[in-house]
Write a protein that binds this ligand. Sequence first.
Ligand code: PAF
Length: 278
Amino acid sequence: MKVTEDLAELRSLRAAMNGVFGLVPTMGALHAGHASLVSRARAECRHVGASIFVNPSQFGPGEDFNNYPRTLEQDLALLESLGADLVWIPSPEMIYPPNFQSWITVEDVARPLEGASRPGHFRGVATIVAKLLNCFQPERAYFGQKDAQQLVVLRRMVQDLNFPVQVVACPTVREPDGLAISSRNVYLGPAEREAAPVLYRALSAAKEKYDTGERNAEVLRDTMRTIIRAEPLASEEYVSAADPETLNELQQIDGKVLLSLAVRIGRARLIDNILIEG
Ligand code: PAF
């Protein structure tokens, strides 16, 4: 596995790799969710690359940029064990040089949900991912379904700006009690960790209503709200039952629906979702 911080070296290493190249962009603090992306890329591509960069522009003021877990040695060991070929660890100065002024703003699909709670977040995500796609030139790029809106935003960007890459969505990896695996789970204290599966319980209860015939989206949102509000350590930021492509809230469900929510538990802000394919 080649590891570099240097862009010129990355480009020349990449240029020597013929055949389908799969990229797994990450912010490090790798866990089983990232491992599933790398393994999927390994199974589908001739070469597998990963980036490790805690992207400051996708964190808002007062968010956890400074405290975001950084575990570089372990991350590299995991990537090596999973068979990654090429890892880029750019510096912030390389990604955002002093006179940087070119940002990518995806419009409607970046506005609700995470976009409303975290202004500027998707501008940071779209910009860094565009830069990573330009630098690696992958044929495929792998992202977790856990960040469902991120996938919608990035698919829009890739289509609108004609990036020659296939965006691949990989299933959310969960702890045995249903908690979606996330780098931010380390912020949970023991009692908060016990409370955290409430997100998946709420989503599962709404899905069960759907499975037994409920098609009124407000009933599904209410089902999630009631379960979140019954957990004293949890405070709801939003619950949503939206069209998976436009992310507009639905009233009546005719086909697919994306159930999603954001909940604060202690100092952790957790998100999760279930995509119902209809
Ligand atoms: O999903 C993430 O970890 C980040 O948003 C990404 C895609 C690596 C961009 O910084």
